[in-house]
Design a protein around this ligand. Sequence first.
Ligand code: C5P
Length: 406
Amino acid sequence: MQLKDKNIILGITGGIAAYKAAFLCRLLIKEGANVKVVMTPNATEFITPVTLATLSKNTVLIDFFKHDDGSWNSHVDLGLWADLMLIAPATASSIGKMANGIADNLLITTYLSCKAPVMLAPAMDLDMFKHPSTTKNMDVLKSYGNILIEPTSGELASGLEGKGRMEDPEKILEKVSNLFISKKKLQNKLKHKHFIVTAGPTYEKIDPVRFIGNFSTGKMGFAIAESLAESGAKVSLISGPVNIKAQHPNITTFSVLSAKEMHKKAVELFAISDGAVMTAAVADYAPENISDKKIKRNNSKFNLNLIANPDIAAELGASKTNTQILVGFALETNNEEENAQKKLQKKKLDFIVLNSLNDSHSGFGHNTNKITIIDTNNNVEKFELKTKKEVSLDIVSKIIDISKSK
Ligand code: C5P
């Protein structure tokens, strides 16, 4: 019973693969999940709501309103109830509506209200799947952090052969279970531990209105802070200027502006912590002097003297005790693994998380990331493209493994 008491919205859209949703629903129920089925009106042409109501042991939701008594189905309540929204099959049309917020049926409004992870299993004819419009919409959904379950190749309803068959219900169940297992693996494993996470960019002031900064959004660091907190740790999140807020009660956020401020807070807190995850994109240099007045344009050339900022990670590495864990990041554009190895040693890290700017959907600003973890025993573990939330679970899993041997 891997899904015991998990609340799952099963969204079914109008494609021939909708019949497979009945098997999927049965498998989810057998694993102990509470399933509420939401169908698009077109899906009811392919499989009857009675079948799904019977299998899910719940009323099937299709319309916004119940015309006989004037009541309405709340997509907001549904979205909040769910631990997962799984849309299988997902047609080209529904994928397009999800990507563009076209909320003309209950399934799409529920999707837009849903706070839980979203997985979708596309199913369509091979040419529809290959069309640039579908590809673009799927990329948009990936960038929202939605998890795509790739269709398989084979004979399609049209009689043509190619990629577009919905993944088998058993395989979809496996992916759903894995998502919950990795979350469960973390539960309470870091109770009574205190971790520091640095996140976001730093801004190095030039004058009262200008600064040197970078494109970091803080998403990766905040996801790690959240996963550490979900594992029971107390987290001190030292963040540069970002537009996101940490929600978990175990997280205390310290907002800083410059590398020097981040350095001061990190050194102060590291001494009383069990480890640190250095996710921040710290500016390597800062202006030597900050002008107290706005610098005027006059000559055609302008020279700015820069001096090196402290390397926070390296300094924590030098003061690290045998029981403390230090994790660093490396965002590389060339000789990725070689450069990451060098940083691992130089900064005395326990492991380094490498993400390359050469991987699309990875790095600054994206909701997804493709990482490689390299540790001091020279283990190199390459992960597939995942949401930053999933990536943070992999990183925290590694921290839990290492903390056992400390
Ligand atoms: O040397 P590089 O900047 O590529 O190293 C990246 C790693 O070092 C990241 O973990 C980053 O947070 C950390 N770092 C730091 N202080 C700096 C520069 C980088 O903590 N001044």
